[in-house]
Design a protein around this ligand. Sequence first.
Ligand SMILES: Cc1cc2nc3c(=O)[nH]c(=O)nc-3n(C[C@H](O)[C@H](O)[C@H](O)COP(=O)(O)OP(=O)(O)OC[C@H]3O[C@@H](n4cnc5c(N)ncnc54)[C@H](O)[C@@H]3O)c2cc1C
Length: 448
Amino acid sequence: MDATRRGFLQGLALGGSAVAGGRLLRAQEPIHLGSKVVEAPNVYRSGAAIIENGKVIRPRHEISVISDTGVLVVGGGCAGVIAALAAARAGHKVTLVERYGCFGGLWTAGLVLIVLATHVKTAQGLNKCVRGIGDELLERLLKVRNGIVNQEPGKRNPTSDPEATKYVMAEMLREAGVEILLHSWVTNAIMDGKTVRGVVFESKSGCLAITAKVVVDATGDGDVYGAAGAEHVRHLHRIGLVHRLGNVDRVNAAAPAGAKERRLGSITPLPSVAWVNMQGPQGDCLDVRTLTQTELDGRRAVWERVKAVQQRPGHDQVFLLDTASQLGIRASRTLKGVVEPTYNEAMAGKRYRDVIGVGGADFMGERACQIPYGALVPVRIENLLAAGRCVAADNLMMNYTRLIGPCLLTGQAAGAAAALAIRNKCRPRDVDVRQLQALLKKQGAYLG
Ligand SMILES: Cc1cc2nc3c(=O)[nH]c(=O)nc-3n(C[C@H](O)[C@H](O)[C@H](O)COP(=O)(O)OP(=O)(O)OC[C@H]3O[C@@H](n4cnc5c(N)ncnc54)[C@H](O)[C@@H]3O)c2cc1C
C-alpha cells in the first residue's frame, strides 16, 4: 500500500473525513481504538468540601506544586502571550497558564478580530506604534494563508483570522520554550504577607499550585491581583457576543435595489465570512449569574438577527458560521497602579519618565500618548505586574488601554520588566526604568 493511501485510511480510522477522487467520505466513529483501563488516584478527593454545622467548608489540605518558575504569566490572551514571549526571550524560565484550550483570549475565542490602535499620527504622518513582539506576531500572520487582511494603508488596524492567530501564537510560545498549561483556571494567589509567591489553579488534574519569582496578571479581569488583595476599580461595561456570518459573498446580485448595500458585518481574511460586533447590555462581568443570563440572551439575539438577515431578499444563503466561545467582556477590574494614566493627560501630551509604549486610538484623534510602566505596578502588592486590559487607567483612558494594540504593548513591557526584576534580584516596582526601556527597544518596541 502506498504512503498516501495508508495516510488516508489512518485518517478514516481516527474518525476524520477524507476526500477520495473529489468525493467527501464520511468516517465512522472508531469503536476498535477504544480506551485503556488504568489505575489512577481520584484527584478531587483530597480537596473535597464537607458540611459542618450546616455550612459548606473546604478543609485544609496540602496542594501539590506542579512547577516552580521564574516568570508566571496567568492568562493567554494577546497581552499574556506577548508577556510570556518577552520574558522567555530575556532568558528566563516562563510558565503560561490559560483556562481555555487556546491562546488569544478575546482576540480569538472572543472573535474580536480587528487589531485597533496600531498607528498614531506624527508630524511625518501615520506612524506604526505597535512594533516589537506584537508586530512580529502580525507579520507572521501575514505569512499564513488567510491569516490577516490589511484594509488600510501601511498595514494599519488589520483584521486577523482567529484560527490562524491561535496557531501562530502557540508556535511562537513553543519556539521560545515557554512552559504551557492549558485548561488550568487560576482561582487564587499564594501570598506571603503582601508578596505574591505563585497561584493556585483548578484543572482536571485537581487543584494544583505554581510558585514563581514574579507573576504577571494577564487575565483581563485582574483575577490574580483581585485575589492578592491589590487595590483596583470595578467596572460595569457592555458585554457583547460576537459572531461571524458565512456565505456573505453569495448574497444574490439580483436582489432588489438597496438590499445589497446593507452591511452584514466587517470583512475578514476569509472571503465569504463577515464578523459582527455586538454592543450587548451593561453588566457586572464578574457575576456568574449576569454572565449566564447575558450568554443565553446573546445567543437568542444572534439567532434572531441571523434569521432576519436570511429573510432579506437575496440573503437566503447567508448562515451563522459561529458565535464566540467567550463572552465579550470589555472591562471588569482595572488596577490601582502607582501611576494612573488619564485621558485628559493623554490629550494634553503628558510625557512619563517611565514610558513603556506609545499609542493612540480613533476616539483620541490618533494623537500619540505614552503608557507609563507605573500603570502595570500595583500600589501595594509585591512580585506582581498587570498586563492588558486590566492595567491602571482612568475610565476614559481605559477605552484606549483595553484595545488589542496597547494590550500587546503592556504585555511586552510586563514580561520584560518581570525578567529584569529577576535578573537584578529586585522587586518589579524597583526595576530600573532605563534598563527596562533599553530591553524593550532591543526587543523592537517603539517608545516615541
Ligand atoms: C465585544 C468586544 C469588541 C471589541 N472590539 C475591539 C476591536 O475591534 N479592536 C480592538 O483592538 N479591541 C477590541 N476590543 C477589546 C479587546 O479585544 C480586548 O480588550 C483585548 O483583546 C484584551 O486582551 P487581554 O489579553 O488583556 O485580555 P483577554 O483577551 O481577556 O485575555 C485574558 C486571557 O486570560 C484567560 N483567563 C482569564 N481568567 C483566567 C484565570 N482565572 N485563569 C487562567 N486564565 C484566565 C482568558 O481565558 C484569556 O485567554 C473589543 C472587546 C470586546 C469585548
